[in-house]
Design a protein around this ligand. Structure first.
Ligand code: C6P
Length: 421
């Protein structure tokens, strides 16, 4: 694969030092008014907004480069293939993976987890074995393992968390036994914002011979990632949560593991040769990318990675932490409001409940103020049950979120309180 491209965006796209107002101008959608009020977008954990650079890269692909990849000898097909493989290299660098071949393009985190469950899982997990997850997993990192356990006769085990929303590492360690084949854990919780100590978890799992899959859906937009430093075997992410498009994501898998894994789906582009008697499969990553891939999605994801590389990571983290601290303090001071998820190490995800008000009512009243938050179980029903709740309201931050957004949220919540007094 061609290693020439730099993952640094052009100088003009960089936002250093961190200037949130200037950065917001890169996101055209944020300039909108909703019901006559300025849009306050606090639902980035569900999906992030897209910068102009991502939108332009995708339309440029359709305007100038579109053709099927890996198939044609003509100019456009070669150009599309080059752009698609450059996007893979950008994701490789974003994750600090050792090889571009370790990056498989998938539809998103959900598909990445299902792929590992049905390939690595099917070949390594047997009746009586165990798969370990945590109590704070998204359904995408629960249901594929339940399906695998049903298919193989293995047992799903769950590491508990404390009331603040931190993993109980001693309990987790105790649960990793000789039968544990795989540990699947989220890097960042989509409900609590908790950042899990992945490196330590990997050490514990590897010491007992278990492989580790990390769900990075919520970590990718917030943390500087380094799969080699984390030491994990698989890492999954979704483009749409990290300022890229929907329908594209990436699975990182250690080369030796991917090479030994059977295909996930059969079809075009994943083979070396086909006859009615025998099919020989291509090497990774092509082995796991059957059919015409989401080419424009990959280009958009590559542009999103460029966009993130153009931000000063330290300044972004400091900005997000400052807005988070401001929000936590302000929300906690509202009478009757309880924050769910108060881990010491967390990103800008603020789940809360308000005495006597259903979260859906909070979301509906805030919506009329132009404020977008998510309400419900956030695809983490077992976690809701852990807290004895059916639903929460959740405000989540992106790189464009500011203290003004939090001020608007607080004013909106005061209105909610007035309605339900
Ligand atoms: N969470 C949320 O509002 P997909 O849908 O495949 O892009 O990502 C699934 C997923 C997996 N893991 C975590 C930790 C997630 O947060 C998500 C998606 C969104 O919280 C939509 S349910």
């Amino acid at each position: 694969m061609n290693q020439r491209a730099s993952n640094l965006p052009p100088r003009a796209q960089r936002f250093e030092p961190y200037q949130v107002e200037r950065l917001r101008q890169a996101f055209p959608i944020l300039a909108q008014r909703i019901y006559g009020k300025p849009l306050v977008y606090l639902d980035s954990a569900a999906t992030s907004q897209k910068p102009q650079a991502v939108i332009e890269a995708m339309s440029r692909f359709f305007l100038e480069e579109n053709a099927n990849v890996h198939r044609g000898v003509h100019y456009l097909s070669l150009r599309a293939t080059e752009a698609y493989e450059q996007a893979r290299i950008k994701v490789q660098r974003f994750l600090n993976a050792g090889h571009a071949e370790e990056i498989v393009f998938v539809r998103g985190t959900t598909e990445a987890v299902n792929l590992v469950a049905q390939t690595y899982g099917k070949t390594h997990v047997r009746a009586g074995d165990e798969v370990l997850i945590s109590a704070m997993e998204h359904h995408s990192n629960i249901v594929p393992w339940q399906m695998l356990c049903e298919q193989t006769g293995a047992r799903l085990r769950v590491a508990p968390i404390d009331d603040a929303g931190e993993l109980l590492l001693d309990e987790l360690e105790r649960l990793i036994g000789p039968k544990t084949r795989l540990l699947a854990v989220t890097h960042v919780s989509n409900v609590l914002g908790t950042v899990n100590p992945i490196r330590r978890i990997v050490e514990l799992a590897h010491a007992r011979g278990a492989a580790v899959l990390v769900d990075g859906a919520q970590a990718a937009p917030h943390l500087k990632l380094d799969v080699r430093a984390l030491g994990c075997d698989f890492y999954a992410l979704s483009g749409h949560k990290m300022y890229g498009p929907t329908g594209i994501g990436a699975l990182y898998g250690r080369r030796e593991l991917l090479e030994a894994m059977p295909p996930y789906q059969g079809g075009g582009d994943m083979i070396l040769s086909v006859s009615f008697d025998e099919t020989l499969y291509a090497k990774p990553p092509q082995r796991f990318e059957a059919g015409t891939p989401n080419m424009v999605g990959a280009i958009g994801l590559g542009a999103a990675v460029d966009f993130l590389a153009g931000l000063d990571a330290g300044a972004l983290a400091a900005h997000e932490q400052a807005v988070l601290a401001y929000a936590q303090q302000a929300l906690a001071a509202l009478p009757g409001l309880r924050l769910i998820g108060t881990a010491a190490d967390k990103v800008g995800v603020l789940s809360f409940v308000l005495d006597g008000v259903h979260p859906h009512d909070i979301g509906t009243i805030l919506d009329r103020e132009g404020i977008a938050i998510r309400t419900g179980h956030h695809c983490a029903q077992p976690l809701m049950q852990r807290y004895g709740l059916a639903a929460t309201a959740r405000a989540s931050l992106g790189c464009y979120s500011s203290e003004q957004d939090i001020d608007a949220l607080l004013a909106g919540l005061v209105k909610v309180r007035e309605v339900f007094r």
